[in-house]
Design a protein around this ligand. Structure first.
Ligand SMILES: Cc1ncc(COP(=O)(O)O)c(C=O)c1O
Length: 389
């Protein structure tokens, strides 16, 4: 680095503008023939050990195996940026979309959760997770929630709201669209069928990029697919991931095409711990574990998919009045039975619930043995039963 600074100083210099070596360089400086002070490194005999990690071809083969055939087909050589969390991954994805398109507006969904930093808190749309700080540049579209939403399971009707936002709330150009395929923190809400293809079409027409937040649904958690978006048959421009990727270790990633990734070369981008050897070793171990067909463990269905399940409790089926107290009671019953199942995606909060606190969700690790699932579901049904008798 010091050599870089010295070179820069020298190349842009006239000799009068050179700062005193004593104040800028820790190394000794010596005079050369032309009177220029050249800093000199002290003796140094360290040479780094040879690289013994996976080869470029092995890494590419891994990506081919896990990134879904559609992504691999369209991305050709997918580029991966590692981060330390889902928030960081989404922040980076949103910034890339803004830089790549030259637009600022991003559309996300009501009831979404995407993180807790400046940009991602803006994209998040549940008041319980939003603090009163400036969050600009995000519009929240109607949530295609088949249970509570105004259009039931008609995904295309909800997607019309994305087009309306573009037409009436922006310049007609947008940076992108970000959504989960199944809203996790929002209470395991699977987007109405047909929603993403229609929404993606509107976004692409407006010049935007489509970002799939797979922080919760990714890594086979839905059982039927390795990635949540696959169930809607779309190919996002950027995919973000975390949580399951490291199975408890702080690791996240942003995957995109080389063409889109190239936008970051306009400036220097780095992340000190993103992609560090310890966390990426955990990521590799997760991929190796997936080979044992763990995805099979996630084949269940209540509401949501696979091991990403939610049961929404209401006191009045017509009004859909959230049963907050009753939900707490069921949770207490489970605690009394000494079963603690990964309750909410590895986060410590007990409910995913669009702020209503009435959704019981189940999002255990993919490595969970099916016998444990059976036991927990049995205890859950007992607690429901006891309560409603
Ligand atoms: C869908 C989704 N995206 C992003 C995040 C943020 O991830 P992290 O808590 O690792 O920053 C979460 C966290 O719960 C999430 O559920």
């Amino acid at each position: 680095m010091q050599r870089f600074i010295a070179k820069r100083l020298l190349s842009g210099r006239n000799s009068n503008s050179l700062p005193s070596p004593a104040c800028c360089f820790s190394q000794l400086a010596q005079k050369e023939d032309n009177d220029v002070l050249i800093p000199k490194m002290p003796p140094f005999d360290y040479s780094p050990p040879p690289y013994t990690g996976p080869s470029a071809n092995e890494i590419m083969a891994k990506r081919k195996e896990f990134l879904s055939p559609s992504l691999f087909h369209f991305y050709k050589n997918p580029v991966v940026f590692f981060t330390n969390s889902g928030t960081e991954a989404n922040e980076l994805a949103m910034m890339i979309a803004r830089l790549y398109t030259g637009s600022n507006d991003i559309i996300s969904l009501r009831n979404a959760y995407h993180g807790n930093a400046a940009g991602t808190m803006g994209a998040t749309a549940q008041s319980i997770w939003k603090f009163n700080v400036i969050q600009s540049g995000v519009h929240h579209a109607l949530n295609p929630d088949p249970y509570r939403g105004v259009f039931g399971s008609d995904g295309e009707k909800y997607a019309k709201d994305v087009q309306d936002i573009i037409d009436f709330g922006t310049t007609g150009h947008v940076a992108g669209f970000i959504s989960e395929a199944i809203q996790g923190v929002g209470g395991i809400v699977e987007l109405a069928p047909g929603y993403l293809p229609a929404a993606y079409t509107s976004i692409k027409k407006a010049g935007g990029l489509c970002i799939a937040d797979e922080v919760q649904a990714g890594f086979a958690r839905t059982g039927s697919h390795f990635w949540g978006f696959e169930a809607q048959g779309v190919v996002p421009d950027i995919v973000t991931m975390a949580k399951g990727i490291g199975n408890g270790i702080p690791l996240g990633a942003v995957v995109t095409t080389p063409e889109i990734a190239e936008i970051l070369t306009r400036r220097s981008y780095f992340n000190t711990f993103g992609g560090n050897p310890v966390c990426t070793a955990a990521g590799l171990a997760v991929l190796n574990d997936e080979k044992e067909n763990l995805q099979e463990n996630a084949h269940w269905d209540v509401r949501g998919r696979g091991l990403m399940l939610g049961v929404e409790l209401v006191t009045d089926r017509e009004q859909k009045t959230p049963a907050k107290a009753e939900t707490l009671h069921v949770m207490e019953q489970r605690k009394a039975a000494l079963v603690t199942l990964g309750e909410s995606c590895g986060c410590r909060f007990p409910c995913g619930c669009h702020g209503l606190h009435n959704v019981k969700d189940v999002k255990p690790q993919i490595s969970l043995l099916s016998s444990v699932v059976h036991k927990s579901i049995k205890i859950k049904s007992v607690s429901f039963h006891v309560y409603y008798e």
